[in-house]
Design a protein around this ligand. Structure first.
Ligand code: GLY
Ligand code: MN
Ligand code: MN
Length: 462
């Protein structure tokens, strides 16, 4: 950074900084060095530019604040109405806050943190939002490129790309509406106010980073994975024909929250009976019958990191021969994927190698269900359940993906999905959700035990 510029920025920042030395910071889910390393990697990618990332706005009444994933990824700061300004030339990050100390305490910020916002967060500067426009103007004045995410922020259970398509269809392209997303409106304003600057999309740069998980993220995902495993074991124990699906989702959500998860990473999905073709059906409104087969897809959100797990099982705890046949085919695809996942593998190679293993194991790939269910890669999993980046073309260490073979036989009211959240390691893969009963024998054994509802009832408690 040239001296003249440093002085100008200093002049903008210094008075602000004095003002904010008593403003609050927030709790961080990771060590501050984790966020600093992420920002350093992003700053490397924008040596010639300035980036603006908006944090989440104050949520509607009675929703807890959930920071937007990209902003959270780069700062760990969970206060609403903040903005992050990155300067690629000086490799510095400035956080602008609007929250007063009372508002921050309302968001769960501790008093100790409140006193030391800048050192606590590890950001280069923390300033009140009033200084944002002048600092952006200063930086824009000597930069040629402005970066900002073009894709929508992810809040709560949202998935950025899916949110974008839904918004396009329902709002931007709706002739009776036509509004832009928050992000594209900001892009429009930047272009109007700084016509000589090029405005570029920051989303792919942040998303490339989010695709490869750090050791700290992996440790958290492992922990979250085991919360998911506990919930699915309780689900299997609890299920009986004669129950409503909502009783099962209540058990799953109870375990997630009891284990410290913020909530379900996505609304618990339960398909049974005629609902199997609707893969994300989450109304939980069927009364389970003898002979029903269920697909339950549910994972926790622990400290903003999501897990994706599905178990498939008979409502009455005993597989019919046909249910067993289809289930074991899906399980074989899943297990063979685990054998072949490794860095450098393409999806085409994966499918071929899984096919070879299935044939060697005696499976008949001409069966109708194998036409629709083969080896492959599911979507990325991370801060969103369908995490940024879609799904990989080639596996790399640090990627976390869903292994989720599924098949629906609508005519038979049957669907099966076997899903775990998988880390690609240096040499192969690791199941982050290991421990779920997966064989027919193990599922039947667990389902023969009492779960929470039966135990409460037998003890006259509920
Ligand atoms: N849990 C959503 C999915 O697997 O697509
Ligand atoms: Mn799933
Ligand atoms: Mn999935």
């Amino acid at each position: 950074m040239n001296k003249h510029f440093a002085f100008r920025i200093g002049a903008v920042i210094a008075p602000i900084f004095l003002l904010v030395s008593s403003l609050p910071a927030v709790g961080l889910r990771f060590d501050k060095t984790e966020y600093a390393a992420r920002r350093a990697k992003l700053l490397e990618k924008i040596p010639d530019g300035v980036a603006v990332i908006w944090g989440a706005q104050t949520p509607g009444n009675y929703y807890p604040t959930a920071q937007a994933n990209d902003f959270n990824y780069l700062t760990g700061v969970e206060l609403p109405n903040a903005a992050l300004l990155l300067d690629g030339a000086s490799k510095t990050a400035t956080l602008f806050l609007t929250a007063t100390e009372d508002q921050a305490r309302q968001e769960g910020v501790s008093a100790e943190m409140a006193k030391n916002a800048r050192p606590f967060t590890g950001l280069d500067r923390v300033a009140p939002f009033e200084g944002f426009s002048s600092m952006l103007a200063s930086l824009a004045g000597r930069s040629k490129i402005l970066y900002t995410p073009f894709k929508p922020e992810e809040l709560y259970r949202e998935v950025s790309t899916e949110k974008f398509s839904i918004f396009q269809r329902g709002v931007t392209l709706n002739p009776w509406d036509g509004r832009l997303t928050r992000e594209l409106q900001f892009v429009k304003i930047l272009k109007e106010r700084y016509p000589s600057l090029e405005v570029r999309d920051l989303s792919p740069l942040v998303w490339e980073l989010r695709t490869i998980k750090s050791p700290a993220e992996i440790a958290l995902l492992r922990k979250a994975g085991q919360v998911g495993v506990k919930a699915h074991i309780q689900l299997l124990k609890a299920c009986r024909a004669g129950m409503f699906e909502y009783e099962l989702s209540a058990v799953v959500d109870y375990i997630f929250e009891k284990e410290g998860a913020q909530e379900s990473a996505y609304g618990v999905i339960i398909t049974s009976g005629e609902n199997h073709p609707y893969l994300h059906y989450n109304k939980h409104d069927r009364l389970l019958q003898e002979g029903d087969f269920l697909v339950v897809d549910a994972g926790p959100d622990l400290d903003f990191y999501d897990i994706d797990i599905t178990t498939s099982f008979p409502a009455n705890g005993r597989f019919t021969p046909r249910q067993k046949e289809i289930y074991e085919a899906a399980l074989a695809v899943h297990e063979n994927c685990m054998k072949v996942y490794r860095p450098g593998l393409t999806e085409e190679q994966c499918r071929q190698e899984v096919d070879d293993l299935l044939i060697r194991q005696g499976f008949d790939l001409k069966k109708d269900y194998f036409q629709r269910m083969r080896g492959g890669f599911g979507h990325y999993v991370g801060m969103a359940v369908h995490d940024v980046g879609g799904s990989p073309r080639v596996l790399k260490p640090g990627m976390v993906i869903a292994n989720e073979p599924l098949v629906v036989l609508a005519g038979e009211n049957l669907g099966v999905r076997v899903e775990d959240t998988i880390l690609i390691t240096e040499t192969g893969c690791e199941n982050l959700t290991a421990g779920i009963p997966r064989t027919v024998k193990d599922i039947e054994a667990v389902m023969s035990k009492d779960g929470i509802p039966q135990t409460l009832k037998k003890n006259g408690l509920y």
